[in-house]
Design a protein around this ligand. Structure first.
Ligand SMILES: O=CC(=O)O
Length: 313
């Protein structure tokens, strides 16, 4: 397949890059500056795009690649791909579901424990040599806390299963009730926020879920409530989140994602009730290799005219 040109939109994993290079004619978008040079030399040869959570395939990129057949995303989230345009143009789209579910759910649990038990603050306390001057203050018990999940898909369900093992009553909000679970369903996110202590955002980012956590939801969660976001930054109205935390209208937050990554609102840096991670939910050696393998298998299947493993479009 080395006559097939594949475009990688940004650096992802060395392993993926090597696997792509071994099989295809690999072109790296970030190697070209200015980008016009790239389009001048390559636009008519590219048949596949490998994008990720930073740069996917927007309308402009898709329109500039007349021979594009497939977008194989190195992510489960599809918010950086213009799916409608792909559909219109008959361009196939794949993503990397399932292989990253455990890691992302593990990070959600880590954030819940870190915020309630103040793990990062405790670590800073010890490193600063403060312990000999007095014990750390009391924290809050996580086991048994009411956990509300926004989006009970693969990742939301994996979080629910883990939190259940901590004795946490689980409730959820999603577009429709899931008859296969006994978790309490709320058809309205405000009601979910009123009825839980920790609200976890685990749904896909779409036009409908953009800023699904707004001021009303944050106020419903309240000054004792905790927000965990392992979805996308734009699920949350970030300035509202920041002001709620600064004003004490929200009890705490554990965030792996932000509205303008890699920018993180600096006002959060001084808050001890906030735990910040740099969008690393699926970033383990094991999982990133599995994601890369899935990207490759989807591309190979497409060019061998076999069924795609994880088709979206
Ligand atoms: O955020 C990670 C992903 O969408 O895979």
């Amino acid at each position: 397949m080395d006559s097939i040109t594949v475009l990688m939109t940004s650096p992802m994993s060395d392993y993926l890059e090597k696997q792509l290079k071994d099989r295809f004619n690999l072109v790296k978008l970030w190697a070209y500056s200015p980008k016009t040079d790239f389009f001048k030399h390559n636009s008519h040869s590219i048949r596949a795009v490998v994008g990720n959570t930073k740069i996917g395939a927007d309308a402009e990129l898709i329109d500039s690649l007349p021979e594009l057949e497939i977008v194989s995303s190195y992510s489960v989230g599809l918010d950086k791909i213009d799916l409608r345009k792909c559909q219109e143009k008959g361009i196939r789209v794949t993503n990397t579901p399932d292989v990253l579910t455990d890691d992302v759910a593990d990070v959600a649990m880590g954030l819940m424990l870190a915020v309630t038990r103040r793990v990062c603050e405790c670590d800073r306390f010890v490193r600063r040599g403060l312990w000999p001057k007095g014990d750390f203050r009391l924290t809050n018990k996580f086991s048994g806390m009411q956990v509300g999940i926004v989006g009970l898909g693969r990742i939301g369900s994996a979080i629910a299963k883990r939190a259940e093992a901590f004795g946490c009553p689980i409730s959820y909000y999603s577009r429709s009730e899931k008859p296969e679970t006994n978790y309490k369903y709320f058809s309205n996110i405000i009601d979910l926020a009123v009825n839980c202590q920790i609200l976890v955002v685990a749904c896909a980012l779409t036009e409908e879920t953009h800023h699904i956590v707004n001021r009303e939801v944050i106020d419903a969660l309240g000054p004792e409530g905790i927000l965990i976001n392992i979805g996308r930054g734009s699920h949350v109205d970030e300035p509202e989140l920041v002001s709620a935390l600064l004003e004490g209208r929200l009890g705490g937050a554990g965030l792996d994602v932000y509205e303008n990554e890699p920018e993180v609102p600096e006002q959060l840096f001084g808050l001890e009730n906030v735990v910040l991670m740099p969008h690393v939910g699926s970033d383990t050696v094991e999982t990133t290799d599995a994601m890369a393998d899935l990207v490759i298998k989807n591309l190979e299947a497409h060019f061998l005219k076999k069924p795609l493993l994880t088709p979206v479009v």
